[in-house]
Design a protein around this ligand. Sequence first.
Ligand SMILES: [Zn+2]
Ligand SMILES: [Zn+2]
Length: 259
Amino acid sequence: MLIDTHCHLDFPDFDAERDEIIERARQAGVTQMVTISTRVKRFETILAIAEKYENVFCSVGTHPHNADEELDITAADLVRLSAHPKVVAIGEAGLDYFYDNAPREAQAEGLRRHIEAARETGLPLVIHSRSADEDMAAILTEEAGKGAFPFLLHCFSSGADLARIGVDLGGYVSFSGILTFPKSQELRDIAETIPRDRLIVETDAPYLAPKPFRGKRNEPAYVAHTADVLAESIGVTKGEIAEITTENALRIFSKMPRL
Ligand SMILES: [Zn+2]
Ligand SMILES: [Zn+2]
């Protein structure tokens, strides 16, 4: 049994066969999925998917790529929308300096609003951080000083310092298919240093399919391949990694029921 804590089931990639994809996930032992919001404007669509399937939950928030389009969304708006029983997280928000699709000031402002909503609701903030380790560490440290908030560093591909700072602030670290790529030895080494009670797994589908599906469209069923590599990296069995990551996911996504 595994939980895919991060996928994008609303993306058009899945329109033609969403039922089949969710069924394949079930057959692969994926009990629950969290479909992650990238635009609050699309919230109705995401919520409709979460409402259709008992084992699909969702988040509400604005991806850093779209930060400048949604600066009209306040922390209070996020809090209000997150009251729906199927909404179990805030985000994804963060900093992406690899693509720089939105101005960095807009990304930071959006991130801080999402932090405020996570602090107020107690729902975990799904953080997207790419090529922005120093600024992310600074914002998380400063904001945690104002009051704790639950968070996870999703699709972790940053350096060891950000992992350590995140863990020290109470955060969780989520690994995607990147962990399975041959060149990701540094990431596997970082995984070994993270306390076991802070490790979770995700697909980030339709992106980043793990080995042996690399380059193809990803889907929640494939999370097992990332979990297998995580198990090897930290020296536990497949059964143990399933239990560890599932218990951790249910702890951080505290509003998501055990199914
Ligand atoms: Zn992301
Ligand atoms: Zn994502």
